[in-house]
Design a protein around this ligand. Structure first.
Ligand code: GLA
Length: 387
């Protein structure tokens, strides 16, 4: 069967879609621990109360897949035996998941799916992981594939690495699947051990401010940063053979090899080691209810990302700078891969409305773009219902 073109007309019977499985698949925030996941370090994400919703049903065919995106008002069909890269990136996340499920030897048949998203794209809240993990979870349930949650996390990450071509770490997929309501996850990306830390943020809320920019440096620079860290590891490894990631590297080792590593890689690595330490300190601050200390760590993380890791951009820096002298904002930082997307702000609840007005005005004046405020709550990972 030839793949149908996008925008071909929706099958009549999609209008009375009787779902067999429904999935709510969340986006994620990350309180702290940025660009540490692929360096086998620590992160502190959580799923959020904004999601992608899926409905699935079998369609009695052997190989026909029919998908309608309500968000893009786009319909697409393809043959399960002819999985190849498509032009539209959202389709590739789904095709990548199918490809990876097939690679682990699981078999399934034709199905229909409707997708509706509440997640802004390119905002650094990982609509891509929500798409991959929700789709994988839905197929797992529809066809009783017996994949564990961890297998879903890992195959979704592989779909993004292998099929889409983003060399991402594991944080987003882990958070989207494994989170617990009202908790942050302190995830050790080396052992994949997770601790759930109550998100007790007292009189505050988490406010995201979407810069509504997404600079196209993001993908190439992401891979470059990974490479810069891995280059340093390769140098250190020659003497210290037990080292296989920055996780086993100390500041002393960086100092010892600083000439060979070179100034750029050196500052990337120092940032990663410092950020890992900040995640540990954030856990302490959260557990002891010290929001001031927590906020300071968020600012320090941003400055590291801005000056040492160099993945911020003027729009993100503006929003963080703007918050810094406001006593009712404890902390603010860019979130996710960088070069656009959102800042995450720990802000007193009763000041949000006024602050949003103020920051919108200032940002609009400076960049001629309106930022989008999104308040979020740490929420549970993927929810799957068999109807
Ligand atoms: C993106 C990637 C994650 C992580 C962050 C940066 O969201 O998908 O794996 O590396 O960037 O912390």
């Amino acid at each position: 069967m030839k793949p149908a073109e996008n925008n071909s007309s929706i099958p009549e019977n999609f209008k009375n879609f009787k779902a067999e499985v429904k999935v709510a698949s969340p986006g994620r925030i990350n309180l702290i621990g940025e660009h540490t996941d692929y360096n086998q370090g620590f992160v502190m994400p959580s799923a959020i109360d904004k999601k992608i919703h899926f409905k699935f049903r079998k369609n009695d065919s052997d190989n026909l897949v029919r998908i309608y995106s309500e968000t893009f008002e786009t319909y697409v069909e393809f043959d399960l035996n002819q999985i190849s890269k498509r032009k539209k990136s959202w389709e590739n996340y789904l095709l990548g998941v199918i490809d990876e499920i097939k690679k682990v030897g699981k078999k399934f048949k034709g199905f229909d799916c409707i997708i509706k998203s509440e997640l802004p794209i390119g905002a650094g809240i990982s609509s891509s992981a929500a798409l991959e993990c929700g789709f994988a979870g839905g197929l797992n349930s529809l066809f009783d594939l017996n994949l564990s949650q961890m297998e879903i996390v890992k195959l979704s990450q592989r779909a993004e690495n292998n099929f889409v071509g983003n060399n991402c770490g594991i944080m987003d997929q882990f958070a989207s699947v494994m989170s617990k309501k009202d908790h942050f996850i302190k995830l050790d990306c080396q052992s994949l051990e997770a601790e759930f830390i109550p998100a007790e943020i007292q009189n505050c809320k988490l406010l995201l401010l979407n810069t509504n920019v997404s600079h196209n440096l993001a993908d190439s620079e992401y891979n470059t940063r990974r490479q810069e860290c891995e280059n340093a590891v390769a140098i250190i490894q020659k003497k210290y053979t037990e080292v296989n990631s920055l996780r086993q590297v100390s500041f002393e080792m960086l100092e010892e090899f600083k000439e060979k590593i070179g100034p750029i890689s050196l500052k990337r690595c120092r940032y990663v080691l410092e950020e890992n330490k900040r995640v540990q300190d954030t856990e302490k601050a959260l557990r002891s209810g010290d929001l001031k200390a927590l906020g300071k760590l968020m600012y320090a993380s941003h400055r590291g990302l801005q000056h040492q890791y160099e993945v911020s951009c003027p729009e993100l820096d503006f929003l963080v700078d703007f918050s810094e002298d406001k006593s009712f904002i404890y902390g603010s930082r860019m979130m996710g891969g960088g070069f656009g997307g959102c800042t995450i702000n720990l802000i007193e609840t009763d000041k949000i409305e006024h602050y949003v007005e103020e920051v919108e005005k200032a940002y609009q004046e400076k960049f001629n773009i309106t930022p989008t405020p999104i308040t979020v709550v740490p929420d549970a990972g993927t929810q799957i219902t068999k109807v």
